[in-house]
Design a protein around this ligand. Sequence first.
Ligand code: ZN
Length: 320
Amino acid sequence: MAWLGVDLGGTKVYGVRLGDDHEVETEAKVKTPRGGPEPVVAAVAALAEQLGLAGVDGVGVGVPGLVDRQRGVLLKAPNLPGWDGAFPLSAALTEVLGGRSVGIENDVSAGTRAEWRLGAGRGAEELLVVFVGTGVGGGLVLEGRLRSGGSGNAGEIGHTIVQDGGRLCSCGGLGHLEAYAGRGCMERVARESHRSGRRTLLVELAGAKRMTSGVFKAALDADDEVANELVASAVEALGAALAAAVHLLDLPAVVLGGGLADRLGPSFVARVATATGQRLLAGVAPLRIVLGVLGDRAGAIGAALMAEELAGAGGVASGL
Ligand SMILES: [Zn+2]
């Protein structure tokens, strides 16, 4: 038996074929087509052919948006070009994938599942996984189950308030974790600094293009002042949010993943661990904060694991 997992992102569609032993057998990616659901369905079908459909029992897709998992409907995906309103993604994919069952879930949930089942959080009964990339998202495992909460949005740690009335978040709120630790918001602040007359390598390296995690790493390595300040704020904000989560749930472990955490690496994770520890009540430790190990494959691997779980549970996600 084998399972396909697809990470449907705003810029690329990446997929893996996972064998019985949970090893990645093949992987492939294509650019996300513009123009909405139909070309995306066709692109996923082509990707699946490339990964190898023979012997595949089910397919899972992680999507950047709001999902009705039971009905297989992608409700809202603001980061997918040309995608307006709800679309029955599972049914459309089943049709082009030879009638195979297709499950969908939020990409952050998929990534959490992967780090929990096969990655840095393997075997944990209680775990928080936080992805620090363009935005900040999280997933929660409690009592050995991936939790989705009352409306399916558990783990939205990026929008917890770390500074009441503080910096503007991408969602329009003020003082949220993502406003300090999300790369998109960090880029906005770097460009504002630049416009107000402060020189920074961040803008010089990125130019008019997106300020990637690699740009942040290079500027930090060169001891750029603005980059140092932005990353220091990100570290403190993560420390505040993680300490709050740990106090609330008595979590023994946190995994940090996502593009920015991956790129800044163990030294960044160590700084976040220190910032969190400084805010914890005495006696709450030991808390382990570790870097994710699956990198940008986490979403696709987690989606394949979801497909396997769906098959095992007779079509109902065991994580629910
Ligand atoms: Zn927010």
